[in-house]
Design a protein around this ligand. Structure first.
Ligand code: NAG
Ligand code: NAG
Ligand code: NAG
Ligand code: NAG
Length: 671
């Protein structure tokens, strides 16, 4: 098995060299030892690195007079808010670790200034020639990822391999179109800790993923790993507690400097999931305290402000819950909401990570079969419960295919009263490639209302099928739908896939599938539409590479940040008041074809702005997810919220920004 995979991997390495453009960075260095895999087991798995030229970083700071080095203009704190306090600290602090001396600090003012300006980025540069420490280079060679392949489930390796050609094409595309954005990025140390593989269910889940089962998370982790590697960051991947411990230890030993000899020392970003966060909290409390702001939490459905702190939730849990549960097991992490990265671009408070739609082998010229067919979206028997009526309507017009994995016995359907599987061709479990081939000839991809927001409808659209998206006459939410009852969000699902709902015809028809008349019309229309295959840019490899590169480079959730360096840029902010009573800021910005940008909230949360907008004679502070509103300013930074819908008489003030079409996470001036 392993040998076969290595052959496969070598094949991919080989193909990586036959690349038409010259800007990619491929080097064959003698890394044969790295293919031994097992020796790295105890320290986690990290991307193999190509040896870099040591940079010539010398700056002769001794030629500057001491007075010049500590002489800052009075407005220095506008652009460098921490400069003066860091200068103050380092005069004694440099003795606390050898790494400062390694960076040429010798106790002189100019050596302090040199360090804080050129090595770290706290003070204005001393000269025009700005030194660029370790830059991230685009590296679309799968070779970098091979060392981590032993630590991840087969499903993930297969997906990364299968899509690698598309990733390479995406890397070329994004370099050609957004070269300026993609170069001059800092090379970061990124830890990927896949928490849900680290607990006892590990074996079960990984096994299940080879036979169907919940793949959404594995799919997103695969695409994240591919993206991070291609955009050139240093990756450490761990899927168990032991290797996590040794990785954290390694970084702890390195000390507090950001660079030594031009090589980045610190952990910059930590991707994990809720189970991973719980493990960090339990076993590495101090590390978590020190690195909380560096966490990026994969959180498919997103988290709203009301659920992020335990205190607010507990005080309001009755109002925030329905009949099924008043618990908040997935919330209460106290993170900045932007640290929650989602599966679809659905909550403006959170950050959109997304995934890539598998377009391997899409043939634009391939004809759909003459007789129209439908593939029903529902991989397990239970998803078909109560679907007899809509399936019955569908049967009148098309040949129905299914991929129900747990319908082992053909006779089983006869023993039940249910006729739902009569005349349905069930293929059983299919792997990605087989599903893709089936979708290539499918006219209609038919949603039954569950699962919510999976990746499959996008894959169907990418192969030219029309997605029939089940509309919910009464939107589903935490308050009325059991599946959502403990999710930390008040989001209201108007259909099985609200993102697809917005795409609309010719690719998507959203309809109440229990309304026979409307469903018939929708099916007939779907057969006529014959759309071309379509993937929104944000779900293509190029779109994901661009987004992940920008977010890692620019999104700041640690420390003080100068106004001029905020991202998205502050000058892109447009302020609107909510017009319809009960509208959230999200709804208000969307009605302007914009997104609500939560990082702007602290800027507009000012008494003087409210006085201008509402003519208040004075303002009062309140800890409320609706603030700022009317004459009330926000008093809790945790409660700024794009999503919250206020009571009728409240008028909210909303900060909005534009976005690149088909790339919701990125504003036009954000590149
Ligand atoms: C700060 O002051 C200097 C001159 O003292 C000026 O050149 C610079 O533009 C000012 N910077 C800001 C951000 O105002
Ligand atoms: C940095 O370089 C110096 C001299 O080249 C060397 O002695 C030192 O060990 C290096 N430090 C690290 C952390 O690599
Ligand atoms: C068929 O009947 C069995 C046992 O009565 C039940 O467990 C199963 O869920 C039924 N299948 C369907 C599709 O209703
Ligand atoms: C908020 O302001 C709007 C108009 O500016 C006003 O109609 C409304 O009554 C105010 N609400 C409260 C609670 O003061």
């Amino acid at each position: 098995m392993r040998r076969r995979r290595r052959c496969l991997a070598l094949l991919f390495i080989f193909s990586a060299f036959i690349t038409p453009l010259g800007f990619f960075y491929f080097t064959i260095s003698n890394e044969s030892g790295k293919f031994g895999f097992s020796s790295e087991y105890t320290s986690g798995f990290q991307t193999s690195e190509v040896a870099e030229q040591p940079e010539n970083v010398q700056l002769d700071f001794k030629s500057f007079p001491d007075s010049e080095c500590s002489d800052f203009s009075s407005n220095v704190t506008i652009d460098y808010p921490e400069c003066l306090s860091k200068m103050q600290w380092i005069r004694n602090g440099w003795k606390t670790h050898q790494c400062y001396a390694d960076n040429y600090i010798d106790g002189s003012e100019c050596s302090f200034r040199y360090y804080l300006s050129q090595v770290e980025n706290y003070c204005p540069p001393m000269t025009e020639t700005i030194r660029r420490n370790g830059l991230a280079k685009m590296s679309p060679s799968i070779r970098r990822l091979l060392p981590i392949f032993d630590g991840i489930p087969v499903y993930m390796r297969t997906r990364i391999n299968r899509l690698w050609k598309k990733w390479k094409e995406g890397a070329h595309e994004v370099m050609e179109t957004y070269e300026k954005t993609m170069t001059n990025r800092k090379k970061l140390n990124v830890l990927v800790f896949i928490g849900f593989l680290a607990n006892e269910q590990k074996l079960k889940l990984a096994k299940k993923s080879d036979h169907g089962g919940p793949l959404g998370e594995l799919l997103q982790w695969s695409d994240l790993l591919a993206s991070l590697s291609i955009i050139g960051h240093h990756l450490e991947v761990t899927t168990d507690k032991d290797s996590l411990r040794s990785v954290l230890w390694k970084y702890k030993e390195r000390g507090p400097c950001q660079y030594v000899n031009g090589t980045r020392q610190q952990m910059d970003t930590i991707f994990t999931d809720i189970m991973g966060l719980n493990i960090l909290r339990q076993y590495h409390r101090q590390f978590l305290l020190n690195n909380r702001c560096r966490i990026r939490l994969l959180d498919s459905f997103g988290t709203h402000a009301e659920f992020t702190t335990k205190t607010y939730f507990l005080q309001n849990k009755r109002k925030l819950s329905g009949p099924f549960s008043q618990r908040n097991p997935w919330g209460g992490h106290g993170l900045d909401l932007r640290q929650h990265w989602t599966f679809y671009p659905h909550s403006d408070d959170n950050t959109f990570l997304g995934f890539v739609v598998d377009t391997e082998g899409v043939d634009e010229k391939r004809q759909k079969t003459l007789y129209p067919s439908a593939l029903v979206y529902g991989k397990e028997k239970y998803m078909w419960e109560n679907a007899e009526k809509p399936i019955g309507v569908l049967k009148k017009f098309v040949k129905i295919h299914a991929t129900v994995a747990d319908l082992e016995d053909v006779n089983e359907k006869k023993t039940n009263q249910s006729t739902v599987f009569d005349d349905v061709k069930n293929h059983g479990f299919l792997n990605s490639q087989e599903i893709s081939e089936l979708l290539d000839t499918t006219t209609i991809f038919f949603g039954l209302g569950f699962p919510l927001e999976g990746p499959a409808p996008l894959e169907a659209m990418a192969r030219g099928a029309v997605f029939i998206n089940a509309r919910f006459e009464i939107p589903k939410s935490r308050k009325n739908y059991k599946f959502l009852a403990e999710k930390p969000t008040l989001r209201e699902w108007t259909s099985q896939n609200p993102y697809m709902e917005e795409i609309g015809e010719p690719h998507v028809i959203t309809v109440d599938i229990n309304n026979e008349k409307e469903l018939e019309i929708a099916i007939k229309r779907a057969i006529e539409l014959k759309p071309k295959p379509f993937v929104p840019f944000e779900f293509s490899p190029a779109g994901m590479l661009l987004r992940v590169a920008l977010l890692l480079e620019k999104q700041e959730t640690c420390g003080k940040i100068a106004k001029s360096k905020r991202w998205p840029p502050v000058n892109q902010m447009k302020i609107f008041k909510t017009v319809n009573s009960g509208d959230s800021c999200e709804m208000t910005c969307h009605s302007q074809k914009m997104k609500c940008e939560s990082s702007y909230f602290p800027i507009i949360n000012s008494p003087s702005l409210l006085q201008r907008q509402f003519g208040c004679s004075s303002t009062i502070p309140d800890a409320s997810p609706f603030a700022p509103f009317n004459c009330t300013v926000q008093s809790s930074a945790y409660l700024f919220s794009c999503a919250s819908r206020p009571p009728l008489e409240v008028v909210r003030v909303c900060p909005c920004r534009d976005y690149i079409p088909e790339q919701h996470a990125v504003c036009k001036a954000c590149l």
